[in-house]
Design a protein around this ligand. Sequence first.
Ligand SMILES: [Zn+2]
Length: 245
Amino acid sequence: MRAQIEILAALQNVDREIKEKNNTRGVLLEEFRKGEEQIRGIKLEVAQLTSAWSERDKLRQGKEQLLQEEGRKATDKRMRMNRIKNIRELQALQYEVDQIKQANAQIETEVIAILEDLETRTAALKQKEEELSGLETAWNEKKREIETQVAEIERAVSEASSGRHTIARQINGDLIARYELIFARRGGMAVVAVAGGICQGCFMNIPPQLSNEIMKSETLHLCPSCHRILYSKPAVAEDKHDKYI
Ligand SMILES: [Zn+2]
């Protein structure tokens, strides 16, 4: 059993490495997603500002066209006034011309307001476009960096996975299944040492009798508190461990 658990501990090292790499990969992919989302959001803002600008400009064009048409009508009426002698007709035409003038003055005021509004909109649009362009440049670089990192991690994970396969072949299938269950439930730590009568997974005391049995390593023992697979740590390794503290 000791040999099996030692191999299992080696398997756990590989699994922890894979788990850690996959976590890093997940963080990077999330960063990637957020970056893309931010660019998409600003692109959408630019598109909305552009379409609102165009709409206002179309309104301006319509009003300017109306001004021209009405201006032509007023000119025609004034020409007709030159040929008319009847005073009533003249007065009626003059009234019409005045009405057009008044209406056009109103339209001109509206056009000026739209032009001022367009100026503000143009500035806002330009600012947003510059923001987008700056962010895009930075993001494209960052994106390549993330893609390279993810590719490296995936390569390392695939390498570690084939190494894992080689190790796993040496362990009894039931034991692996049990180990994997504990690994998943106990945060990627399924095989732990007992050092100084203490489980190194949950740091609870292991009863002395169980400690003795673990040292004999004849059968599989689980920690009574955290249910992880226990093995006894050789004294040498413990000294080494102490030096690091
Ligand atoms: Zn424990």
